[in-house]
Ligand binder design. Structure first.
Ligand code: SF4
Ligand code: SF4
Ligand code: SF4
Length: 255
């Protein structure tokens, strides 16, 4: 059987999710019966043209050039996967969408603006059809392996629809929000990281985006009324990773 041809593309991002893929190549070979990484500029000098069986796109779309590239990639890939929170929701690059007028943001960062062509940062499904989402900043390696296996078998991967709190409870962690008054986003954030941050004593920052039925407005009011966070701090918490989603937008606008 021919090895599935995999391509990895990068848009506006820190490349941390691509690194996660490269770190598990041996594991992928074990579990998936060998894949052919045909295109991955970060890993290989010689890369091959499409079409590809699975295309992973990392990063948010933040320029007209990236948008054109994304449309071509969509045509070349049978299965298109949003790799990481930047590609799923806009991620950290999308902070600029909410931080002030676009030109003001650009002036803070660049000295030469004449050649700068920038658009608001969005996840890739704002522009093209996406077949699967790997959330997280960075992605969870277990979910990546599960997704590749499912694609090879032609079945849907089973990703957890519930919140980080469920995983946190299973680990029997003391609740940081209830017991320690820390602004933890676990109750509104999609599970899949095994409650990584709360298990290390740090509040969840919401990097995997909204869980199903997330009541972000209620959590925002808890942050404001019970924990005394300022309106700006509450907004920042909900706009950090997935402010483009309707759920976290509601949280940002609730106080
Ligand atoms: S989701 Fe996080 S780790 Fe992945 S590319 Fe974006 S900023 Fe980097
Ligand atoms: S620490 Fe955070 S994730 Fe864990 S149960 Fe409390 S609110 Fe939920
Ligand atoms: S606990 Fe929250 S911030 Fe930490 S990895 Fe999981 S979803 Fe991301």
């Amino acid at each position: 059987m021919a090895k599935p041809k995999i391509a990895v593309f990068k848009f506006s991002s820190c490349a941390g999710c691509q690194l996660s893929i490269l770190n598990i190549e041996d594991h992928l070979l074990d579990v998936a019966g060998a894949v052919d990484i045909a295109y991955c500029v970060m890993a290989k000098r010689e890369n091959r043209e499409g079409p590809y069986d699975i295309g992973f796109v990392e990063g948010a779309v933040t320029s007209p050039k990236e948008l054109l590239e994304l449309k071509k990639i969509r045509e070349e890939c049978k299965v298109l996967v949003a790799l990481g929170t930047c590609a799923c929701f806009g991620g950290l690059p999308s902070i600029k969408n909410f931080a002030g007028p676009q030109r003001e943001m650009e002036e803070r960062v660049y000295t030469e603006l004449w050649d700068l062509k920038s658009i608001p940062a969005h996840g890739i499904d704002y522009y093209v059809k996406v077949d699967a989402y790997l959330r997280g900043c960075a992605i969870d390696v277990g979910e990546l392996v599960q997704l590749v296996k499912s694609a090879l078998l032609g079945v849907n991967p089973h990703f957890r629809p519930h919140s980080v709190c469920n995983e946190c409870k299973l680990k029997e962690n003391v609740c940081l929000l209830v017991n320690k008054g820390k602004p933890c986003m676990g109750s509104v954030t999609a599970a899949g990281c095994d409650a990584l941050c709360p298990s290390l004593g740090r509040p969840c920052e919401g990097c995997r985006g909204p869980a199903n039925d997330a009541n972000a407005a209620s959590l925002a009011r808890t942050f404001s009324v019970d924990l005394g966070l300022s309106r700006d701090d509450v907004r920042r918490k909900f706009l950090k990773y997935a402010g483009n989603t309707p759920e976290f937008k509601k949280g940002a606008e609730a106080v």
